[in-house]
Design a protein around this ligand. Structure first.
Ligand SMILES: O=c1ccn([C@@H]2O[C@H](COP(=O)(O)O)[C@@H](O)[C@H]2O)c(=O)[nH]1
Length: 272
């Protein structure tokens, strides 16, 4: 089963469109061991409410080798729980380096099933990521319109729309000599949940792409504003919350569970 199929199957079976972000901040813990157990506890406790899990690589890389070991444990625990893993690394570079990133994060020891990628160096630099994802039944999520207020500096003036058109092209089997991918295709897109008025546009520009919608909770986006990102049946998008789940009330894991349940329920009530 591909990443997109696994997420869609989980959405339908568990009625959840929530992506739980795991962004463990060392400053909140006594030490890295405490960070590790709390992060694994939050993962296990919130899994029933999640369509997938999204570790942000920066927080694990910040801890050095120990952080990579924790990441590996988080990915292994998620797989045991049946949760698809989307690594948020926003990688992108010239071809040979992109190839190494793709090998490391989409097929290597610490790999997830999916990875966020940055198209800033040009569309051709996406190729190693897309090919590696396809070869492994994985996915890439291309930054199309990020959730932060400053995104307009470089993503305005039609840039985000151009990237969306490229995502649609990469997902189109016609002319590429590929078999059509069943369901959602291997190239997804990041569109901030903080841009509710533009979700319908990006949904229509990228009909085969799963959309990742970061910004729920801590960045101010609300589930009630996200309906336009979804296809009929309430599939095709994942709304993501990290701090709003992991640190819903300090380190209280039951508060994380309550937050994940509440995000799930709010999304479900919006989608009917
Ligand atoms: O456009 C984007 C792309 C990625 N992110 C990442 O998502 C989480 C958001 O964390 P919250 O605590 O839910 O605000 C974080 O890892 C970002 O790097 C994003 O915010 N916006």
């Amino acid at each position: 089963m591909t990443f997109a199929q696994a997420v869609t199957e989980r959405t339908r079976r568990l009625q959840t469109r929530l992506c739980v972000g795991l962004d463990p901040q060392l400053g909140r813990y006594r030490d890295a061991g405490h960070l590790r157990t709390h992060t694994l506890d939050v993962l296990e406790a919130t899994a029933p409410f999640a369509a997938c899990v999204k570790p942000q690589l920066a927080f694990y890389e910040a801890l050095g080798l120990e952080g990579l070991q924790i990441l590996e444990e988080v990915c292994a625990a998620a797989r045991t729980l049946g949760l698809p893993v989307l690594l948020d690394g926003k990688r992108g570079d010239i071809g040979s380096t992109a190839q190494a990133y793709a090998q490391g994060w989409l097929s290597g020891r610490h790999a997830g099933a999916a990875l966020t990628v940055n198209p800033f160096l040009g569309f051709e630099t996406l190729t190693p990521f897309v090919e590696t994802a396809r070869a492994n039944g994985g996915a890439v999520f291309v930054l199309v319109k990020t959730s932060n207020p400053g995104q307009a500096d470089l993503q305005g003036s039609g840039a985000s729309e151009r990237i969306a058109v490229e995502v649609a092209r990469l997902n189109a089997p016609e002319g590429a000599g590929r078999e059509p991918e069943p369901g959602y295709a291997s190239v997804g897109a990041v569109v901030g949940a903080t841009h509710p008025q533009e979700l319908a546009l990006y949904r229509s520009l990228m009909p085969r792409a799963l959309l990742l919608l970061p910004g729920l909770g801590a960045q101010g986006a609300a589930a009630r504003d996200l309906a336009d990102a979804f296809d009929p049946g309430g599939v095709g998008a994942l709304a993501s919350a990290s701090r709003g789940v992991q640190y819903a009330a300090g380190l209280d894991v039951q508060a994380s569970v309550a937050a994940a349940r509440s995000f799930r329920d709010e999304l479900n009530s919006v989608l009917g």
